[in-house]
Write a new protein. Structure first.
Lengths: 183, 198
């Protein structure tokens, strides 16, 4: 039975938790799998360390904590420094390439970067950086299907923001697919 | 920028339906026909004399300040035009303006609301925070359509409109503050729970 442990790390205000919610919802509600989410954030609304742990599995998840993630998604340099030692030796690192400079990568780790902030700014809202990262995750890993992820996204964001969020997701998704050579 | 997938078939209140799509340069002749078919009274409420083909020629081409330019079409004939415009520079670049005109036989069947809904949806995506609409005093249907889409009366410019009979009417400015939409997204992205630790 396949199970994927995902840790998403960043700063408060980047939408780390929402990213985890969308991935979990995509897997559990729209892809028919099982998912759990553990969230941790500092006392401030912005700027504090923040992380989400998501487990997506074919079978029910008995233990929701992700101590050794298969996939690490980082949107800040601090999150990279803090969580890279926990990534499995053959794990996958997805990072915001203008905010994170991967160094001392453990051997066997595959790393893919995306200029998510720049893409979000090009779309008109830096706020959708996390949605670009969710699309990037879906595009690189295929752990959640495109249709499920889009449905989860559209059911999670406020009315009126759907089209920009969808554009952000698709930009991330396409970038991810192009990097893994299946675009 | 992609706002929605067009064309879309939209059912109207009276059972008829129309196709809503983005205007293209190839619509020039049909736009001329549409604008020339409007009664003078309706044309007076427009900013430019769109009965002149050269004005329409520029309208379909000079789209730099147009965020979204929609037409409603039935059997290949344009029956309504709806535009969301914005200033590209200056203090009010976060403010957009809607312009909408519907052919008489297609008024009072909900078409204005359908078109406005698309424009309002597109505004936040384009970074517009406030949408403005202008209505001549007494145009109750137009005012109601705007109000149904969240617009509220912001100002009344007294005797600013002169109709075909030379009568002066008030000009109503209605606005719709759509910035709160993104405040909700900001709150979702806050990664913070005020109940944490309770």
């Amino acid at each position: 039975m396949a199970s994927t442990g995902i840790r998403i790390g960043g700063l408060g205000g980047q939408g780390v938790i929402l990213s985890g919610i969308i991935l979990g919802k995509a897997a559990s509600i729209f892809d028919g799998k099982n998912a759990t989410l553990i969230q941790a954030f500092g006392p401030e609304a912005r700027g504090s360390a923040c992380s989400a742990q998501v487990t997506i599995a074919d079978a029910p998840v008995a233990y929701p904590y992700v101590q050794k993630p298969d996939v690490l998604v980082v949107m800040s340099s601090d999150a990279y420094t803090q969580f890279i030692p926990t990534l499995k030796p053959d794990g996958l690192l997805l990072y915001e390439e203008e905010l994170v400079t991967p160094k001392d990568l453990p051997p066997g780790v595959k790393a893919y970067g995306i200029p998510a902030t720049r893409i979000a700014e090009e779309l008109g809202r830096r706020l959708v950086l996390n949605i670009v990262m969710v699309g990037f995750f879906a595009g690189v890993t295929g752990v959640v299907s495109l249709i499920a992820a889009e449905k989860a996204l559209l059911s999670s964001v406020p009315k009126g923001t759907e089209s920009l969020n969808l554009n952000a997701f698709r930009r991330g998704y396409e970038h991810g697919r192009s990097l893994v050579g299946t675009a | 920028m992609e706002y929605e997938n067009f064309p879309q078939t939209e059912p109207l209140r009276d059972g008829r339906s129309v196709i809503v799509r983005e205007m293209t340069i190839s619509d020039e002749a049909r736009m001329v026909e549409f604008f020339q078919g409007l009664p003078l009274e309706d044309r007076l409420f427009l900013r430019n004399d769109v009965s002149q083909p050269e004005v329409v020629h520029h309208f379909v081409r000079d789209t730099e300040d147009q965020v979204l330019n929609l037409v409603a079409e039935v059997d290949g004939k344009i029956i309504a035009s709806a535009t969301l415009e914005r200033g590209l520079y200056g203090w009010t670049r976060h403010v957009g303006e809607v312009r909408l005109v519907v052919a008489r036989p297609w008024q009072r069947c909900g078409l204005a609301k359908v078109l406005l809904r698309h424009l309002v949806r597109a505004a936040p995506t384009a970074g517009i925070e406030i949408i403005k609409g202008q209505v001549a005093g007494g145009k109750v249907g137009a005012q109601k359509a705007l109000e149904a889409m969240g617009f509220r009366k912001e100002a009344t410019l007294r005797r600013h409109v002169k109709d075909v009979a030379g009568r002066k009417r008030d000009l109503l400015i209605l606005t719709n503050d759509v910035s709160h939409i993104w405040e909700k997204m900001e709150a979702l992205n806050a990664d913070f729970s005020p109940t944490q630790g309770e």
